[in-house]
Design a protein around this ligand. Structure first.
Ligand code: ADP
Ligand code: MG
Length: 731
């Protein structure tokens, strides 16, 4: 079978189906073979209606009395019907699937599979899937009652998939092997194993067949991932970068003159990074630290080491607000450093220069003055201590041209910016270190564009930072090529954040008093809404509506509004006002999610909390508890809905690493890391908790990767690996 043949070659795939397939990346015969059934149904298990008990059931019957009901409250549509067999009748319903009302013929018999459960005081079969009895009987496997169920967003029917696979059935034996069959491979990797596995998942006679097939395919997936990671590692090792020498005295001065004492975890991470920077091989390190754990200062020390070596650092942030904030905190750290050092040497304060360079005062900034190099007391050999000069570059920066000139001529050591850093006309004199904050917010191409700005023939060192921890299981497989530093300790004095789920109807009693208390203490509050304005299609509360309400409830408070589409200057102004305490309650969308740091804000309300993912909620919550006061997070849910598992977990724990593992279990890696990496990472099968299989695949793949030329004999594998290499590389 030619795996690369276009999918149109398969009987039953017409132009219309091909078009739908293209949207879900099924373009070749191989893609179709790897489009696995969503589930399997065992129609043999069908029960008479008179014998039904609650739980997952299959019934065989006819359906009638279909009608659509629209609910007022949440704008849902409910399709209701009655299923009958010769022994009785039951109610059935689907939510938001209005097409169900027209899907069925009164005359024909179907298998209905779903959960039979109590709904509003009566039993009903909830959202069953339906299969024509006639189609089941037309199947060509030996056990007609055991059926794979396929789905493509309701647009290609499962029966059509059955027809396509039936037409390929006799070719399955000719599916070529994919993996290298070497002595490092586990026993089940043998000639013909792939063909058998694919046959087993598409034409199973039993659940056992399915399990065996899936086991092999998940091995394949793990092998590919790990091999991709190993090859990335090999390629990275071939690159050369500027070694950035470590100076003990320099670092000591720096660390001793920080505004705070580094935590043990910060010290360890810093040490790991500074050591990597010394090598000629580019650093490729991920700094993981929960929100508020203090990653910025670690980045600052790394940047200072680069500057000391005469190399430039680019710090890339996903939003202008965040870039500005990094610029401010780095600026403060470096300026304070300078003051302290100069003061300790008894130098005149009037000699101090601003170590910040921005568009606005670029002409005044004393760029390149000799004052930025001062012989340090600790180093007698006339080596100089270099104070990094730092600048900001975002879309809104005035005098971008001047900043870019200064960058090109090397007058700027550290540049903090957004996508503006990536543009072609941003040129560095000697880019030695890239620091990417919230790395998953950038696409592979964007990151690569920045990395290409280092001097010809070199690659910059790369430090990626993230507050969304990657669970260990994933690190070993998908990100096997990465070195990781973890900050798993919060600065001393942080108060735990008390998290509480409350119903909107009880906010007056449970939430308002707390808000009043904080306002009286001069503290500040975030109030997060999903939408900017009310829309007829959603019941979610909007920023604009909520801001009015908040202003009328807390008359004495100064209320501000923030959302992404506001003009940049306005946004910056609001954020600056909030940071300065001029705004007390900030009603905002999730634009404050990433990294914003206002230590006096100690309470966050998240409206319609169930609309967000776990990682995002944890990030939002991380906006508070950044000072030394007790902090609170209130998760509002409408009506009497039971809180989701996500919210309950969030209420229980503030540990980002724990929550990341929970998130992985609830959603699966494909959904989390697929979208984060801006591509479809198809991890449907692999079980990342299967440590035995991971060890087998890791051994097999590592041995194979020792001789990368081997890959030339495996064109299909090579092609598949490339996709993974693109998706999972961090540089
Ligand atoms: P994140 O890891 O979320 O990016 P930040 O770097 O923004 O965290 O740090 C959060 C806050 O903690 C900042 O106000 C920073 O100045 C402060 N901070 C960082 N490290 C320490 C420390 N060791 N001791 C006290 N405060 C610290
Ligand atoms: Mg941060």
């Amino acid at each position: 079978m030619d795996m690369n043949a276009p999918v149109e070659k398969v009987k039953g795939v017409g132009p219309k189906t091909a078009e739908i397939f293209a949207k879900v990346n099924i373009c070749t015969v191989g893609d179709l073979l790897y489009y696995l059934p969503r589930t399997y149904e065992n129609f043999q298990a069908a029960t008479h209606i008179s014998d039904l008990t609650p739980g997952k059931i299959v019934v065989k019957g006819k359906i009638s009395d279909l009608k659509i009901i629209r609910t007022k409250k949440r704008g849902l549509t409910i399709t209701e019907g009655v299923i009958r067999d010769e022994t009785g009748a039951i109610r059935t319903m689907w939510f938001n699937q209005p097409y169900r009302a027209k899907q069925f013929s009164d005359e024909r018999e179907y298998y209905f599979t779903g959960n039979y459960e109590l709904k509003n005081g009566r039993y009903a079969l909830m959202s069953p899937s339906a299969t024509l009895v006639q189609d089941v009987e037309a199947r060509t496997n030996d056990n007609q009652s055991f059926q794979p169920i396929y789905s493509v967003k309701n647009s290609v029917k499962s029966q059509n998939f059955h027809k396509m696979f039936n037409s390929l059935r006799s070719d399955f034996a000719q599916i070529p092997d994919l993996l290298p069959i070497t002595e490092d491979a586990p026993d089940f990797v043998q000639a013909g194993a792939r063909a058998e596995a694919l046959f087993n998942v598409h034409f199973p006679d039993s659940q056992d067949d399915v399990m065996r097939g899936r086991k092999y395919l998940s091995y394949e997936e793990l092998f590919e991932l790990i091999l991709a990671a190993k090859l990335n590692q090999n390629e990275n090792q071939k690159l050369r970068s500027l070694p950035l020498r470590f100076s003990a005295s320099h670092t000591k001065i720096l660390v001793e003159n920080l505004p705070f004492r580094l935590t043990g975890a910060q010290r360890k991470a810093t040490w790991e990074i500074l050591q990597d920077l010394e090598h000629e091989q580019p650093m490729n390190r991920l700094l993981q630290g929960d929100v508020g754990s203090g990653k910025t200062v670690v980045a600052a020390i790394a940047a200072a080491q680069a500057a000391q070596n005469g190399a430039q650092t680019a710090i890339l942030a996903p939003t202008a607000i965040l870039a500005m904030q990094h610029f401010d905190s780095l600026g403060k750290i470096f300026a304070e450093l300078k003051q302290r050092i100069l003061a300790s040497k008894g130098l005149n304060r009037s000699m101090l220069v601003d170590t910040k360079v921005h568009g606005k005062n670029l002409s005044e900034a004393q760029l390149g003055t000799s004052e930025s190099k001062i012989a340090t007391a600790t180093n007698q050999k006339h080596r100089t201590f270099r104070f990094p000069r730092i600048a900001l570059l975002t879309g809104a920066t005035p005098n971008k041209k001047l900043v870019k000139q200064a960058l090109k001529s090397g007058e700027i050591d550290v540049i903090v910016g957004t996508h503006a850093l990536i543009t072609d006309d941003t040129v560095f004199r000697e880019l030695g270190l890239c620091i990417i904050d919230e790395q998953h917010r950038f696409g592979v191409n964007q990151r690569q564009k920045l990395m290409l700005k280092s001097p010809a023939g070199t690659a910059p060192h790369l430090l990626s930072m993230t507050a969304t921890p990657i669970p260990r299981s994933l690190q070993l497989t998908i990100f096997g090529d990465l070195d990781c530093s973890i900050i798993d300790e919060l600065p001393a004095g942080r108060q735990p954040i008390t998290t509480k789920i409350i119903q909107e109807t009880s906010q007056r009693d449970q939430l308002y008093p707390k808000i009043r208390e904080l306002l009286q203490k001069g503290q500040q509050i975030y109030w997060i809404c999903r939408l900017v304005e009310d829309t007829p299609t959603s019941s979610a509360t909007s920023v604009k509506k909520q801001a009015k309400k908040v202003a009328s409830v807390f008359k004495e408070a100064k209320v501000g509004v923030l959302y992404g589409k506001m003009p940049v200057e306005e946004k910056d102004q609001v954020m600056a006002d909030f940071a300065a305490g001029k705004i007390e309650i900030l009603v905002s969308t999730t634009v404050v999610e990433v990294g914003v740091n206002v230590p006096n804000a100690n309470l966050i309300v998240i409206q319609d909390a169930d609309d967000y993912g776990l990682a995002q909620l944890h990030q939002l919550r991380g906006r508070v508890g950044r000072g030394d006061q007790p902090a609170y997070c209130f998760l509002l849910i409408p009506g009497e809905d039971k809180p989701s598992k996500r919210l309950q977990e969030l209420e229980k724990s503030t540990d980002g690493f724990y929550l990341a593992e929970v998130d992985l279990k609830i959603r699966g890696p494909g959904e989390i890391y697929g979208s984060l990496q801006h591509g479809a990472l198809n991890l449907e099968i692999a079980n990342l908790n299967d440590s035995v299989m991971i060890a087998q695949a890791s051994h097999h793949a590592s041995e194979f990767a020792r001789t990368p030329e081997n890959l030339e004999c495996f064109p299909e594998l090579s092609q598949r690996i490339q996709k993974y290499q693109q998706l999972t590389t961090l540089n």
